[in-house]
Ligand binder design. Sequence first.
Ligand code: ZN
Ligand code: ZN
Length: 167
Amino acid sequence: MNHVSKEEITDIVNGLNTTGRQWHYHLMTPTCRFNDTDQFALFVEDVENDKAYVLLSERAQMKISKVFAKLLHGKDVVENTLSNSATELTRQEKNIIEQIDELTSLGMHWHHHVFFPHCIFSNHKDNFELVLENPSNQSTIISVSRYEPKQVLRYIEKAFYSQKSVK
Ligand SMILES: [Zn+2]
Ligand SMILES: [Zn+2]
């Protein structure tokens, strides 16, 4: 794992993205179960080269994270331009949305992960894993799918970036 600056991590992601390489990122909070530091970590994986880069910070890098999310999932997903986004969700995806709504109504901050294929944290390396961590009881809800779960992400990304802070 390589520690990098804001500028470096942005350059790395732009490089990977424009050359069409497999990459993804994670925004980890200090209490995130995948984070072994006590800071916020913006974690980028270069899948083909089996490399990871991390930007540590005292506050969540929400702005950079949102830029990365648009590159990774598509601008339309992050900005939720579809009105009928609640259609065609699996039971588990609905469970994730319900939990997010509940946390939000309690005024609790939360975060999630999208484990792309070959993610070093994934237990299903050939598939996508969507993981919601519940900070109130340290539980997780995991949804595994063959395809990038764009439908449910339309809901999740919008809700995630509506938060003032994340936990
Ligand atoms: Zn986490
Ligand atoms: Zn990963």
